[in-house]
Design a protein around this ligand. Structure first.
Ligand code: GUN
Length: 293
């Protein structure tokens, strides 16, 4: 029997409805809405699309939404000066600096300049440290990992205790934080990466398989344990197979057509983890606002 398809769009829409209600309540109680500032440096087309949709969604949630678009040759000092201004702005509760930054700018220095209380991406060293030390309730959790966990909650409403999870990928944005969250939820977690030996066998041991390596359709169906839950974080654009599909199509890090026959539940690409990321950014902004008063 083919897997149940986990509907990320529906789960994200429900999360957004909760944020809208919380946003309205916050405004009523405090006389100002939650505020999100998004900073984009340069003209990377994919980043422009992401930033525009974050701004649109923030407005839909009733937030004060500002975007700062800086030239590609902005200096590190200029970027740090903008972050200092946003840190001090009481109308801004969340700050997101879109990554990747142009090569001459230092990502860790830039993220390190954020007020951790406004770090809605959860990428500041203090946020990472709180997550790593199990202080999940005291920190802002990175958006995509938080979205993965909300999707898993729909599959396992009774929790993840005792389940084995394999996370393929060890990025700061996804692999490492999602592994920390899975562990916090009492799953037994292995992080795999490009140097892992016998990756297919390791994947076949997983009740929960999280794919976050950024390689199109890398994980094949026969790497999936029958009855497993597959969370595919990959968003890869590849040439279309057939005429009528357009020039390119989006695929995940998992070969969906074969994995769907082995898994019990699986996220599609698009429409799985993707919509959750932006919904969790809104949830984090509301949380940052609520914690600021
Ligand atoms: N670029 C791709 N994904 C992300 C993200 O989640 N946050 C930021 N700041 N930049 C990104």
């Amino acid at each position: 029997m083919p897997a149940t398809i986990i509907d990320g769009k529906a789960v994200a829409a429900a999360a957004i409805e909760r944020v809208k209600a919380g946003s309205e309540a916050f405004r009523t109680a405090n006389g100002l809405p939650p505020g999100l500032a998004v900073v984009l440096v340069g003209e990377d087309p994919a980043s422009q699309v992401y930033v525009a949709s974050k701004g649109r969604m923030a407005k839909e949630c009733g937030f004060h939404s500002v975007q700062h678009t800086l030239a590609a040759d902005t200096t590190q000092d200029e970027l740090l000066a903008l972050i200092a201004t946003l840190n001090a702005d009481p109308a801004v509760h969340g700050i997101l600096v879109q990554l990747p930054l142009p090569g001459h700018l230092d990502e860790r220095v830039t993220i390190g300049a954020l007020d951790p209380a406004k770090d809605v991406d959860g990428l500041h060293d203090i946020s990472i440290g709180r997550l790593a030390s199990g202080q999940v309730d005291k920190t802002l959790v990175p958006c995509t990992p938080k979205g993965c966990m909300e999707l898993l909650e729909t599959v396992f409403p009774q929790g993840l205790s005792g389940l084995t999870a394999v996370v393929v990928g060890r990025s700061n944005l996804v692999g490492r934080p999602v592994a920390a969250l899975l562990q916090h939820a009492n799953a037994t977690v292995t992080i795999a990466h490009s140097r892992t030996r016998d990756l297919p066998d390791l994947c076949r041991s997983a009740d929960i398989l999280v794919a976050a390596i950024g390689r199109p359709e890398f994980i094949k169906g026969d790497w999936v344990k029958p009855g497993a839950t597959v969370i595919d974080v990959g968003i890869n654009r590849i040439p279309a197979r057939e005429k009528g599909e357009g020039k390119t199509r989006l695929v995940g890090d998992v070969e969906f057509s074969t994995a769907v026959d082995r898994a019990a539940s699986i996220t599609p690409v698009p429409g799985g983890v993707g919509p959750m990321t932006i919904a969790m950014l809104m949830a984090n902004t509301l949380r940052a606002a609520e914690q600021s008063v």
